[in-house]
Design a protein around this ligand. Structure first.
Ligand code: NDP
Ligand code: 8X3
Length: 256
């Protein structure tokens, strides 16, 4: 097993859900954490739970290329050797038919889920290559494997994450840098609330009568991938709740 003691782990979207759970899981394994998100307040709240863990907080919008470059280039000296990058920041917006969709929503998803992940990777991966160690873990989605009605652009962004992970792995062949894509189905987080622009009732219905994954379930798998021996690369993990067998196939216990 690969020890994460004092390894520097950079997590985007650490202020909520899967990213926050990854922070706690990697802290438990002794890593040093760079925690990034647009909102500093929830990052500070998370950091207050990290007893005995060294952390560095970054208010960072991954959509902003120059912000990403200056945040990564400007990391303090003892935080520069990032060993694991968890590209987790992401979101869905809306569930509209493509021909009726909001262009603003599309751009937000493409800019965050695809371009943000690329900016982060382009900034951090060269250091991994030159130091001869590193691991990039992308949070994809079941939505990148199976399209569902109304998912259109979100599904396309997650299909892009899957293909980018595959391409990055090919381009890193001959270096020791690893690439993994963790692709979950339904996970109960703030995700649906964001998708439905704060309509909490509609968001709750996504998980109604079923047992979704928790963000800790996903963090557990991310940690598993990161702790394999250096010659082992887990390329892709497709995971879903036992009560889900596809993007549109969810078993629900509903009595009303
Ligand atoms: P949450 O809404 O709980 O968390 C999303 C995180 O992304 C937040 O920390 C948010 O932080 C951050 N984020 C969003 N936009 C930006 C941005 N422009 N710059 C920096 N950070 C940003 O959702 P999840 O934890 O569920 O989502 C995490 C990832 O998991 C996403 O990539 C999502 O697509 C993926 N996923 C989620 C599934 C689910 O069912 N929940 C299933 C499969 C994949 P802040 O607002 O502070 O910037
Ligand atoms: C999130 C999972 O099925 O809501 O990526 O798109 S789903």
């Amino acid at each position: 097993m690969y020890s994460l003691k004092d390894r520097i782990v950079f997590i985007t979207g650490a202020s909520s859900g899967i990213g926050a759970s990854c922070a706690l899981a990697f802290a438990g394994a002794g890593a040093k954490l760079i925690l990034a998100g647009r909102r500093l307040e929830p990052l500070e709240a998370l950091a207050s739970e990290l007893k005995g863990t060294q952390y560095h907080l970054l208010s960072l919008d991954v959509r902003d290329r120059s912000q990403v470059q200056s945040a990564c280039n400007g990391l303090p000296g003892d935080w520069q050797d990032v060993e694991i990058l968890i590209n987790n920041a992401g979101l869905s917006r809306g569930l509209d038919k493509l021909y009726e969709g909001s262009i603003k929503d599309w751009e937000e998803m493409i800019d965050t889920n695809v371009k943000g992940l690329l900016y982060m990777t382009r900034s951090i991966a060269p250091g991994m290559v030159s130091r001869g160690r590193g691991h990039i873990i992308n949070i994809g989605s079941l939505a990148g494997h199976q399209t569902y009605p109304g998912g259109n652009v979100y599904c396309a962004t997650k299909a892009a994450v899957r293909v980018i992970s595959e391409g990055l792995k090919q381009d890193l062949l001959g270096t020791p840098v690893r690439v993994s894509s963790i692709d979950p189905g339904l996970v109960e987080t703030n995700f649906s609330n964001v998708r439905f622009h704060g309509d909490t009732e509609r968001a709750k219905n996504v998980y109604r009568g079923t047992t979704p994954l928790t963000p800790d379930d996903v963090a557990d798998v991310v940690l598993f991938c990161a702790t394999r021996a250096p010659h082992v690369n887990i390329n892709e993990v497709l995971m879903m709740p036992t009560e889900q067998s596809g993007s549109t196939l969810v078993h629900r216990h509903i009595s009303d």
